[in-house]
Design a protein around this ligand. Structure first.
Ligand code: PEP
Ligand code: MN
Length: 337
């Protein structure tokens, strides 16, 4: 259930409610809204009568959440959650544009990508350093050496950074170098990793699983939030369907739906969704029109020699062109880039 505190309730009143819930076996979490605090409480609803809480001083109302995802649902927080990192925010009026190569390959490649995306207006640099590849013979990423480069390139250009983590070890190491940790589609239901992400101390970019329903995706976010990390950014990256013309099928209706179901920010990855650079521009514009809070786009200084995902990567000129088309479009839907 969710306990909505009155506008001017005191910290002591809130603490009393919190202790009462905990005494009755509930796990609680304070959620600070713009105007008021709500307490999310997960536990056995039979353990306490809601009216016992409702009559406590400082409590405005008690809501029973029927959805399985309790902390991330809109009922808990009407306004959008804004996840902030240095120089970028996800969920605010300004769209977050994350861009960079699929994988960090060399210092020159990464710096060229970083400078180009910065100049075109991106605010976050992406670069895979632990790559979950379908084939064990494909390039697997530079790991910690790549993280060094990513942190350096981010600092040199004033961009925040994001990289994917695939297990406990990579999460611990990457958390020392980057601003945002990505959990990829293939690990969306790695529940142990999700719990660890709850304690990682960094915002988490959570991609939708290859065949995950919206509810499964939100339950994955719930794992992270209920483990202690409210800073979760959802990312729609296309799902498996019968269609083979594109790498995946970009589910834009899920973006609009998820915005009604959760207060968390949602961004779109048109690169992995389509697998084709010629479709990245139109799907980016469609995502912004559908209400996405940002984009994550693969950009490589020379996609023809990319070690990973070249066919879907934009070159710097194409990325700049795309950014120019996004500005008027964002303005038309009340956002800015
Ligand atoms: C990626 O962003 O590099 C990636 C592998 O994405 P996904 O997990 O969506 O396939
Ligand atoms: Mn990729």
């Amino acid at each position: 259930m969710v306990i909505v505190m009155k506008l001017h309730s005191s910290p002591e009143q809130m603490e009393k409610v919190n202790s009462k819930l905990r005494e009755n076996g509930f796990r609680t979490q304070m959620i600070q809204g713009v105007k008021r605090i709500v307490i999310g409480a997960v536990g056995d609803r039979q353990a306490i009568n809601a009216s016992q809480i409702e009559t406590m001083t400082g409590v405005e109302k008690v809501l029973r959440i029927m959805k399985p995802y309790k902390m991330v649902c809109r009922e808990v927080r009407e306004e959008d959650t804004i996840v902030r990192v240095t120089g970028a925010e996800f969920g605010g009026p300004r769209l977050a544009v994350v861009a960079g190569p699929c994988a960090v390959e060399t210092k020159d490649q990464l710096y060229a990508a970083a400078r180009a995306v910065k100049q075109a207006g991106a605010t976050v640099l992406r670069g895979g350093t632990y790559k979950p590849r379908t084939s064990p013979y494909s390039f697997q990423g530079l790991e910690e050496e790549g993280l060094h480069l990513l942190a350096e390139a981010g600092a040199a250009t004033g961009l925040a950074t994001v990289t994917e983590v695939v297990d406990e070890e990579s999460m611990q190491i990457a958390a020392r170098y980057v601003d945002i940790l990505q959990i990829g589609a293939r690990n969306m239901q790695n529940f142990r990793l999700l719990r660890l992400a709850g304690r990682a101390g960094k915002p988490i970019l959570l991609k939708r699983g290859l065949s995950a329903t919206v509810e499964e995706w939100l339950m994955a976010a719930e794992y992270i939030v209920c483990s202690g990390n409210e800073n979760v950014i959802l990312c729609e990256r296309g799902i498996r369907t019968f269609e083979t013309g594109t790498r995946n099928t970009l589910d834009l209706s899920a973006v609009a739906l998820v915005k009604t179901l959760t207060h968390l920010p949602v961004i779109v990855d048109p690169s992995h969704a389509t697998g084709k650079r010629e479709l990245v521009g139109s799907m980016s514009r469609a995502a912004v029109a559908a209400g996405a809070d940002g984009l994550i786009i693969e950009v490589h200084p020379d996609p023809s020699v990319a070690l990973c995902d070249g066919p879907q990567s934009l070159d710097p000129g194409q990325f700049e062109g795309l950014m120019n088309t996004l500005r008027p479009l964002a303005a038309a839907v009340g956002r800015e880039v």
